[in-house]
Design a protein around this ligand. Sequence first.
Ligand code: MN
Ligand code: MN
Length: 468
Amino acid sequence: MDNEKEKSQTALLKEKLFSKSVKGLQSVSREEIAEADEFAKGYMIFLDHAKIEREAVETSVKLAEENGFTEYDPQKTYQTGDKVYVVNRKKNIVLIVFGKQPLDKGVRLAIAHIDSPRLDLKPNPLYETNELAMFKTHYYGGIKKYQWTAIPLALHGTVAFKDGHTVNVAVGEDEDDPCFCVTDLLPHLSREQVSQPLSKAIAGEDLNVLIGSRPFDDSKESELVKLNILNILFEKYGITEDDFLSAELTMVPVFKARNIGFDNSMIGAYGHDDKVCAYPALMAVMNIQNPEYTAVTILVDKEEIGSDGNTGMQSAFMEHLINHLAEKQGLKGYQVLDKSKCLSADVNAAFDPTYASAFEQNNSSYINRGVVITKYTGSGGKYDTSDASAEYMAEIRNMLDRENIQWQSGELGKVDGGGGGTIAKYVANLNVDVVDLGVPVLSMHAPLEIISKTDLYMAYKAFRTFLQ
Ligand code: MN
Ligand code: MN
C-alpha cells in the first residue's frame, strides 16, 4: 500500500515537472485530423500550380483577389479590416490586413519563401553533341546532384524579349507534354563513378538536360538537331538562341503532389520547402478579420541561395513598404519595426530513423508532432543565425498552448553535423522579434520531399492565431 502511494506521488511529480510539449497524433482529435486532410487538398492544388516563385506569386494573387484583397494603392487611406496586396517584380508578394491598433504598436509578420532548389538553365544553355540536343544547367540552392539524374523534369519560367514583352513557359506538366531528363551512367560501366564520394560522383557540369534527338532535315549543314529544337521553340514561343540570355528558365521535377502512405497521412511533392509554410501563411492572412495588429504575410524569393538580391529577404523592399505605411500615419519606419513581431515560416528537418545518426533525438522535430519552433539555425557555434530570445520563445509557446495547437521544438540536426539558415536573421537585423516556426520535412531538398498533413494544418492554425 505504501509503495503504491509513493509511486503515485512520483507519478504526480513527473506529471508536474516533465515536458508536456511532446505530443503525438494521439493528442489530435479525429475531427481535427479530418480538417487537416481537407486543408491539405487545397495545398496540393497550390503546389501543382506554384513550382517556381513567379507561379507562386501569380497563384497567390488569384487566391487573394478571390478572398477580397485588392492591389495596394499608395494614394489611398486604409481602415481596419481592409485587405491589400503588393507584388515586387513578380517574385514577391506582401499581403496586408489592416489592424485595429495604429502602426506604432507594430505589425505581425509571417514570412515564408517560395523558391525551391532546382536546375536553372545557363544564360547560353543550348548545344548539340553527338546528334543530341542538350541544355547546360547551373543548379540553384542546395541539392544532392545524384537525385536529379534519371527523373522526369519540366521546364518552367519566363523569357523577356528586347521589345519588352515576356512569354511564360511551362512544358512537361500536362500528360501530353514532353518532359526532359538528366541522363546517368549505367551501373555496368559505373565502376569508377560509384567509387567516388557522393559529392564527386556527379559533377555540376554533368547536370546536362536531354531535350531532343532528331535533325531538322537531311541537309549537310551542321548542328541540325539543335536547329530543330530552336525551330520548335521559335514556332511555339518566338524564341531565338540569343533570347535565352534574357530568360529565367528552370528544370523542376514533373511530379504532382501525391498522398504518401496506405493511410494517406503524408504528402510527397516537389517544393514543400517552403511552400508548406507559404501556403498556410497565405491562408492564415486570408482567413482573419479585423486583426488586433496589422497582419502581414510576405512570400519571398532567393532564400535558397542566401536571400540576396532585390526579391530576397535582404532586399530593402519590405523596409521601404513599412516606411511608406508608417509615413502615412505620421511615423518613421523604425517606430513600426521596433514593435513588430515575426514568425519566420520555414521548414525544419524531420527526424529520419534511417539516418538517425545525423540527428540528436532530444532536439529533433518529428513527423506528426505538430508545427516546429526552431530557436536558432546556423552552423558550428551558432554562427549565421538569429537566436530567438527566451522572452519571445515564452510568448510563442504560450500562444500555441493557449490555442491547443500541437507543437514541438527542433534543432537542425546534430551539433557540427552541417547546418543551414532561414530568413529569420535578416528580419532580426531590422530589430524585429522573430523565431522560426514551420513544418518538419523528410528528404528536404530532394525532388520529392515529404510532410505530414496534420503538421501542415498546425502551421496554418499557428499563423492564423499569430496574425489575428
Ligand atoms: Mn526553407
Ligand atoms: Mn531550403
